[in-house]
Structure formats: structure tokens, C-alpha cells
Design a protein around this ligand. Structure first.
Ligand code: ADP
Length: 176
């Protein structure tokens, strides 16, 4: 499994699956969620509503998969990150579960390439560095490295881009 870091708008990426930092309602929101629904079109919302009708809300740490509508991808995987709210080990575990549950769904759907935003670091206020460390460590230690061939961390802003690059450099030097 190859891991890459790029600076871009996640809705402009061509991959098998784009990951959405959704909220429990699954009915859209602001930030990356808003961008995905805006560009992906009403098909995504319709699929989310069908899931809501079947299972109710999506719990924090869990993930669901839908069509990617008009996006240049096969799927959107919607996962609900924790709200930071002073943080703590439980919050960090839940954020890690977002990545693991998303990867499990990706594998079930034979996804070869997947793009993640820095989940929970917008409105949900997770410190970007802590969230990025959890993201990188969870993906690097994910149990099945065979099916998904490429994981892309998509950084919207320069701060995130520099942060992920620094963390990767450090990790390659075994600093973290
Ligand atoms: P959350 O509610 O999980 O905090 P947000 O969407 O508010 O989700 O923010 C999560 C991260 O997604 C932030 O780091 C934000 O900069 C980033 N982001 C926002 N829009 C985009 C986009 N179009 N592409 C990639 N990342 C984005």
C-alpha cells in the first residue's frame, strides 16, 4: 500500500473512494461535507437518506458507503469524526476507528485507491497535528495492506500539507 500526501480540494481527486467527514445526520453540513454534496449532486444525498431510513443516524467512529454521484470516483465513504471538546483518549480512539471502519468498507467494496481529508479538524476542532498523527498511524498499522493500493491524504490548506509532510519525514526517521 502506497501512501501519498497532496494539497488539493478532495472533490477534484480521481480515486475509487473519496472519504467524507460527515456528521451523524448524514444529511450534509459545511466544510468538506458541503463541498462533496455540492459537487457530487443530489444522488449522494438520496443515498444517505436511504441509509438513514434503514439504520438511523451514523454513530461517531462509524462509516457508511454511497455512490459518488457526479464526482470522479466510484464511492463516497462517509465517516463521523468525534468533536474534540477538550479531547482525551476516547476521542482519539474514535478518530482512529473512523479510519479503520472506512478502510474495512473500502476493502469490502474492492476499493483500490482512497482519499482522506483530515477528519474532525474543521468544525469538530481536533488539533490538526494530533488528528494527522492518528490518521497516519492508523493507516500505517491497518491490518490489511493488500487490497487498497493507494491512500492519499488530501490537504486543503498549506498548514495541513506542511504538517503531513513533516510527520511523514519524522516517521521515516523513526521519530514518531
Ligand atoms: P469536521 O466536521 O470533521 O471537523 P470539516 O469539513 O469542518 O469536518 O473539516 C475537516 C477537514 O477537511 C479540515 O481540515 C478542512 O480544512 C478540510 N476540508 C474542507 N474542505 C475540504 C475540501 N474540499 N477538500 C479537502 N479537505 C477539505
Amino acid at each position: 500500500m502506497k501512501i501519498r500526501v497532496i494539497q488539493s480540494d478532495i472533490t477534484a481527486i480521481k480515486v475509487d473512494a473519496i472519504v467524507n467527514a460527515a456528521n451523524s445526520s448524514l444529511l450534509g453540513g459545511s466544510g468538506v461535507d458541503g463541498a462533496i454534496h455540492r459537487k457530487g449532486g443530489s444522488e449522494i444525498l438520496k443515498a444517505c437518506q436511504e441509509i438513514r431510513n434503514k439504520q438511523g443516524k451514523c454513530n461517531v467512529g462509524e462509516a457508511v458507503i454511497t455512490t459518488a454521484g457526479n464526482l470522479d470516483a466510484r464511492y463516497v465513504i462517509h465517516t463521523v469524526g468525534p468533536v474534540w471538546n477538550h479531547g482525551g483518549i476516547e476521542k482519539e480512539k474514535l478518530l482512529s476507528e473512523c479510519y479503520n471502519n472506512t478502510m474495512d468498507l473500502a476493502i469490502e467494496n474492492n476499493v483500490k485507491s482512497i482519499a482522506f481529508p483530515n477528519i474532525s479538524t474543521g468544525i469538530y476542532k481536533f488539533p490538526k497535528e494530533i488528528a494527522a498523527q492518528i490518521a497516519i498511524q492508523t493507516i500505517k498499522s491497518f491490518k490489511n495492506q493488500e487490497i487498497v493500493k493507494e491512500v492519499i491524504f488530501v490537504c486543503f490548506d498549506t498548514e495541513n500539507f506542511e504538517l503531513y509532510n513533516r510527520l511523514f519525514k519524522n516517521e521515516n526517521n523513526n521519530v514518531i
